[in-house]
Design a protein around this ligand. Structure first.
Ligand code: ADP
Ligand code: MG
Length: 421
């Protein structure tokens, strides 16, 4: 099937109310509409959902969307129903549904009403669901958050590994769409191999965030004072400060409060009510700063976060990119400051020592790369993008002077050069 661009644009307008495609969306959608396997790699917020939602609505049959989190699925289904004002168009199929609800979902699918069926991998592998889905008309299978397939990703889920086998049972030549914001070549290889999509057309957006300023400072015993100074210089601006431990989160939040900074703590040790209270205070700008463990941030969409500070070095470049990515969503400034001391790395290593050997090896390899980032004297943006398999021109690329090393190049070690010569 080949569609005129005007048809695509009118569908985009009709179903989503947008007048333009974002980034690579149009090419991706054309490829899906032509029944080809498709691999989409775009940073968070890039607009991946629409890449499968629009073709799903346009194509005959039901598209299966595999997603790891029930909360994510629910949000998406509500959003789709909101725009289409059609009840059965999107459904979630999971174990929390009652018998009656399951029956309704299946009826809608059989009648061709349901265009998008969101499932967790656990539900898709259930025999009764496989038996049912085998018999209905499917347009394609989209695997969202496809990095969950890889142990090198930041969110490995073993159930994702069984997807290919299940999809084979659902029918012949069902097109597969893999989508992820994880850009590392290792993870990409794993996804392609595991989903058996060697022929897929790959669409990869740039991961460069030119409005983010990257900086690393040595971590001394005065780190708290340094953070307070930084936050005070940025008074009235929203910021996130990540700490490794819950204890540190609480201590630092208190130190900030005592020093007149409006801050709240956030970690998974608080009950749900407290967590959502602190989160709302940050979102509604009743406080400037949230001091948090990495439990904070998933799905948080505050466009004007002006700084993200890492009190402790994160566990990988991937995590660092995701966490700092929460700054400057609106395109305005975003200062990403990480404190680094090698003894923190040793702490993280010790932390991992109880885990299975294979996991430790991966964890240590990822850790060595973030250490290299912290210690590098080249453009930090170049370093990060290189890690994601992307070339960056540190002279003229967008955001070329937006890191400490590029602004203040370290003096060349001339003595060493002399020896080489
Ligand atoms: P991702 O899954 O890549 O992180 P989402 O699919 O959640 O990103 O989309 C991020 C935001 O971009 C959403 O608010 C979505 O409505 C918006 N968006 C997607 N496509 C377009 C478009 N063509 N025009 C304007 N906004 C868009
Ligand atoms: Mg997404």
């Amino acid at each position: 099937m080949s569609l005129m661009n005007t048809d695509l644009h009118s569908s985009l307008k009709k179903y989503f109310g947008f007048s333009k495609f974002k980034g690579l969306q149009e090419g991706v959608i054309q490829n899906i509409l032509s029944d080809n396997d498709t691999f989409v790699i775009m940073p968070t917020g890039g607009g991946k959902s629409l890449c499968y939602q629009l073709p799903a609505i346009m194509k005959e049959g039901t598209a299966i969307v595999v997603s790891p989190l029930i909360a994510l699925m629910k949000n998406q289904v509500d959003a789709i129903r909101g725009i289409s004002e059609q009840h059965g168009i999107a459904h979630v199929l999971n174990s929390s549904l009652t018998k009656t609800e399951v029956k309704q979902v299946k009826e809608d699918i059989t009648n061709g009403v349901t265009k998008l069926l969101y499932v967790a991998p656990e539900s898709l592998t259930k025999e009764e669901n496989v038996e049912f889905l085998k018999k209905v008309k499917l347009s394609f299978v989209a695997v969202d958050e496809a990095h969950c397939i890889s142990e090198w990703g930041h969110d490995f889920r073993p159930e994702y590994r069984n997807l290919r086998g299940i999809i084979n049972r659902l029918g012949d030549n069902i097109p597969i769409i893999g989508l992820t914001a994880t850009a590392t070549p290792k993870v990409q290889e794993d996804i392609i191999k595991n989903l058996g999509m060697t022929d897929a057309k790959v669409f990869k957006a740039s991961f460069n965030r030119p409005n983010l300023f990257y900086e690393v400072r040595p971590k001394t015993k005065d780190v708290d004072a340094d953070i307070i100074r930084f936050v005070k210089q940025n008074q009235g601006k929203s910021g996130i400060i990540y700490c490794l431990s819950r204890k540190r989160v609480e201590e630092l939040a208190q130190v900030l409060q005592v020093n007149g900074v409006s801050a709240v703590p956030y970690h998974a040790g608080f009950d749900a009510k407290t967590r959502s209270k602190y989160q709302d205070m940050f979102l509604m700008e009743e406080v400037d700063v949230v001091v948090a463990t990495i439990a904070f941030g998933m799905g948080i969409d505050k466009p004007d976060v002006r700084f993200v500070i890492h009190h402790d070095i994160p566990k990988s470049i991937e995590s660092y990119y995701q966490e700092t990515g929460r700054a400057g969503r609106d395109g305005g400034e975003g200062h990403c400051l990480a404190y680094y001391a090698y003894k923190d790395v040793e702490k993280l290593e010790k932390f991992m020592s109880g885990k299975p050997v294979a996991e430790q090896e991966i964890g240590n390899a990822l850790l060595q790369e973030i250490v290299a980032y912290a210690e590098t004297s080249i453009s930090r943006r170049k370093f990060i993008l290189h890690y994601f398999g992307e070339d960056f021109d540190e002279e003229n690329g967008e955001g070329a002077d937006m890191d400490d090393n590029s602004r203040n190049p370290k003096p060349k070690e001339e003595a060493k050069d002399d020896v080489v010569k």
